[in-house]
Write a new protein. Structure first.
Length: 121
C-alpha cells in the first residue's frame, strides 16, 4: 500500500504539507489552514518531494524552516486524474475519504486546488 504523511511546515508562517507516495516520489500539496473534516480548504500544488520525507522531521536545508510529522499512514486510490484525486486515508488522525480538485484559472500556473477530508460529493 502506498504511504502518506502530513507535515507541519514552519517557514514564512505555518502550513501543512500533505504528501502522497506515488512511484519514486511524493506528490505534495501545501494546505494553509488547519484541516477540518467536511470543509473545502484551499491548497497549493508543490513540486514532488523525495520519499525521505515520509519519515523525516527536523530542519530543512537552505533555511527553509522545519517540519514536524503530524500524521502518517497508508492510502487507497479511488481515482487519480490530472485534475482530481480521490483517496481513502488510513492514518492515526486522518481517516476516511479525501479529495484534491484543481479549480479556477485557465492554465496550470494560475489554478489552485481544493482539499477536502470527509464526505466527498
Amino acid at each position: 500500500m502506498p504511504r502518506f504523511v502530513l507535515l507541519e511546515h514552519r517557514w514564512q508562517g505555518i502550513h501543512w504539507d500533505l504528501m502522497l507516495e506515488r512511484d519514486t516520489s511524493l506528490r505534495t500539496w501545501a494546505i494553509d489552514t488547519p484541516i477540518v473534516v467536511g470543509i473545502d480548504l484551499p491548497a497549493r500544488s508543490l513540486p514532488d518531494h523525495r520519499r525521505l520525507y515520509l519519515d523525516y522531521e527536523g530542519e530543512i536545508s537552505g533555511s527553509r524552516g522545519s517540519v514536524r510529522r503530524l500524521d502518517e499512514g497508508t492510502y487507497t486510490i479511488l481515482e487519480w486524474q490530472a485534475e482530481r484525486i480521490r483517496v481513502v486515508l488510513d492514518g492515526t488522525q486522518l481517516v476516511g475519504e479525501a479529495e484534491l480538485c484543481q479549480v479556477g484559472g485557465t492554465s496550470d500556473d494560475d489554478r489552485g486546488w481544493i482539499f477536502r477530508l470527509g464526505k466527498v460529493i
